[in-house]
Design a protein. Sequence first.
Length: 266
Amino acid sequence: MPNTEVAAPRVYVVTGAGSGIGQATAAQLIEEGHRVIGVDLKNTEVVADLSTEEGIAGMVEEITQLTSVVDGVIANAGTSLQAPMDVAINFFGAVGTVEGLLPLLNQSDAPRVCITTSAASLHPAHDDLLEAMLNGDRATAAAIGEQLVAAGGMAGYLNYSSSKQAVARWIRRNATTERFAGAGISLNAVAPGVVITPMTEQLFATEEGRQQMEQGMPSPLNGPARAEDIAAAICFLTSTAAGKVTGQVLFVDSGYDALTRGDSSW
């Protein structure tokens, strides 16, 4: 007999829910019957600037007033500005969101966390910037980021790629610790490759743009992804079905990781 059991409604926090992957994820969760508390700079239930410690604290306080339990935290908010803001949002904003909501996650019977990193985490990164982020040193990370922008050329991009690699490393370091695995909280990430968004649609509208995207991050399996493709992976990783998955970075990248690293990761 087919399994017709419907999953019990869960409570999710989705940052960056106002557009793109976050919006698609929120829509899928709502369609499945779950409650979503969306967070973004505008047009969401909670409006917050996650680039600052004050903004994160305010978000946590507001969410605590809305619910006594959070079953899933989806830290998806991010920027790709090739500037220190990438570090502030992509790393410190994501980590701060997860850590700030741990008390509410601890009230869940099946707590899950998923952070959106990127296949750009495989691109070159800046070692000192990585170290500053992983040590929780905001001031040093911001100063290094400004220096990279001042250096000109592609140096500013290291803010973005380093922030995404730092998130992946943070997940690997923390997933099996007492406060996550020891508390029954799974901690994972998705790493999208090229995703069709209003911004990338403009690039793909020209042959030059298509070649640029293909050279920077090839997508051998059926081309670039849609936001809904990434959302499906996030929804799985934060579902009750993923109770034994932790410390993983799931590349949803149309094959870019395999193309780039082959089997060297072993």
